[in-house]
Design a protein around this ligand. Structure first.
Ligand SMILES: C[S@@+](CC[C@H](N)C(=O)[O-])C[C@H]1O[C@@H](n2cnc3c(N)ncnc32)[C@H](O)[C@@H]1O
Length: 211
């Protein structure tokens, strides 16, 4: 299967050059200001799904990163821009994450920034248990979900925060963050785009939540 056929990636390859430059110009720390307190301080195992700039940001703190990105035209330049031995790039996709899950690894942090709204409801229902299986006990999943007008040729869905919170809860994940925010990018703010920032934690071995 070519990356152009991965559901959710519609519209990315044809605009990849401009999008890559734009995503690289966004400051990761500022972009993730709502979840900075949830990012492990000591070197940890991080999975970034729909990746790019953030893989390099995590690696700069000593985290080992698996960067999943199904769009070749975004993943290949990102690999060239961020050649770190701490980052492994993987051509894989939600909802199944077949290649990643075949490895049987778990992560301390799984991040999906501006990705979840590319999945339809059925795909989200398949994806959530897969995500839950990828974090160890005490692990965290963060998501940002975009709202507002959909760019031409892209595939996006309007997802209420409550739906994702209920879905996560059904798979043993407790919501620890639910914050609505404005867009940081001027052009997106002007277009009326807003964001939901969510984070979930998994119960530890004793069945309790560490946060
Ligand atoms: C808006 S971009 C965000 C990229 C990056 N997280 C950032 O914040 O700059 C959305 C990304 O999700 C990826 N994507 C789309 N559908 C996907 C799927 N089914 N599985 C994994 N990634 C997907 C796209 O290829 C694209 O890189």
């Amino acid at each position: 299967m070519t990356s152009a056929q991965v559901s959710g990636t519609e519209g990315y390859a044809s605009e990849a050059e401009q999008l890559f430059q734009r995503y690289e110009s966004i400051g990761a720390a500022e972009n993730h200001r709502h979840v900075l307190h949830l990012i492990p301080k000591a070197p940890a195992r991080v999975l970034d799904i729909g990746s790019g700039r953030d893989a390099a940001w995590f690696a700069s703190f000593g985290h080992r990163v698996i960067a999943v990105e199904p769009t070749d035209a975004l993943r290949i330049p990102a690999m060239a821009r961020h050649p770190s031995p701490l980052i492994e790039w993987l051509d894989d996709s939600l909802p199944d994450l077949v290649r990643l899950r075949a490895r049987g690894e778990t992560f301390d942090l799984v991040m999906l920034t501006a990705v979840w709204m590319h999945l339809d409801q059925t795909q989200r229902q398949y994806a959530m248990p897969n995500l839950a299986s990828l974090i160890g006990s005490g692990g965290t999943i963060t998501m940002t979900i975009r709202h507002g007008p959909v760019p031409p040729a892209r595939r996006m869905f309007e997802i209420p925060a409550e739906e994702t919170i209920a879905l996560a809860q059904a798979h043993g994940l407790r919501c620890v963050l639910n914050v609505a925010s404005e867009s940081r990018q001027e052009r997106n703010r002007a277009a009326g785009i807003t964001w939901t920032n969510l984070a979930f934690v998994k119960a530890d071995a004793s069945g309790s939540f560490s946060r």
